[in-house]
Design a protein around this ligand. Sequence first.
Ligand SMILES: Nc1ncnc2c1ncn2[C@@H]1O[C@H](COP(=O)(O)OP(=O)(O)OP(=O)(O)O)[C@@H](O)[C@H]1O
Length: 358
Amino acid sequence: MIKEIYFSGFRNLKDKRVKLSRGFNLIYGQNAQGKTSFMEAIYFASTGRSFRTKKNNEMIKYTENDAKVFVKLENTTNYAINLFKKEKKYYKNGDRIKYVDYIGDILAISFIPEDVELVMGNPSIRRGFFNYEISQINKEYLHLIVDYEKILKSRNRFLKEKKHKNELYEIYNEKYIDLCSKILKIRKEYVDELNRYLDNNYKTLFNEEHSLKLTYENFLNMEDVYDIDKNREKISELLKNKEIYDIQLGYSNYGIHKDEYIFNLNGKNSRHYSSQGEKKSIVFILKISEVELIEKKVNKKPVFLMDDIASFFDNFRKNQIIHYFLEKEIQCFLTSTEDLKIVGKKFDVDGGMVNEEY
Ligand SMILES: Nc1ncnc2c1ncn2[C@@H]1O[C@H](COP(=O)(O)OP(=O)(O)OP(=O)(O)O)[C@@H](O)[C@H]1O
């Protein structure tokens, strides 16, 4: 639970220290006042990332050279980030730490209108999303992905330069196979775990006659990828059989960077068949299912941040969602241009000023 936040030089927000509620936090105000920026500051301080940009300078106030965010947890541990145009410095209780050691302490799940791209967009969006979400609770996976990206780049360079007979290429290839084998297993187990929650949550919150399932379609086309040694064998075989394609095209055509995750609503791929409302509902269910998965796996309650709730859902769905959070006792942050009547703390954001109301 995040007890308070301090921000300075962040977007259009006026520098301020703010105390947060352990339950609901409604961030209320007219358009373009700074509601999303306030929520973004909380998410950024929690995870070291933004949910709307990858560029540091977009988060730094136009007139400043750097921004700072600082959060204090209920157990008094504090985390801070000093954000510069080309660098981020992470701190825990005043000591400088690395990003990989920063993430995972405070777990946060965000839900913003653009997230519907998770269903509608191309596979790389889903891969990027699940990479990050799995990394939040599994540091080993984070390291595997970082290594994989490096090895993939080198392997591609060798292929492009037709150096596939080179001894070093063989070493990269072995590592490549090993990383793929391990990543496949972790991805599959994560999807299995998520599926324990998805369908039930969709039925309970939105429509009891619908069924929701996430499928993991990996580049090996194999359902059972739980055995790393078996994966290794299958991948070696596949790469050998298809080596000619890799050499001809000059890059790696087979690997976990080609995997796909598919949301199926009533057995149909939602990317092609679901309505806009259903797509939003699927993403929301995905996010709350992750909250439950995290709680079970690491025994921590993530904070939940939801942008623009009023424009997203009709009244029935809005009420269902609010009840859900109340029941689960999750710390959540909702932005809205409507003054929702909910029990918790209200922040009125006006011209970048965050005012606490009781
Ligand atoms: N780096 C920055 N420095 C200063 N102002 C910025 C920066 N980035 C964005 N802004 C401005 O901050 C204002 C608030 O943006 P924000 O997205 O937080 O508004 P909002 O209250 O969530 O609005 P809406 O309800 O329309 O989504 C906007 O006018 C935006 O142009």
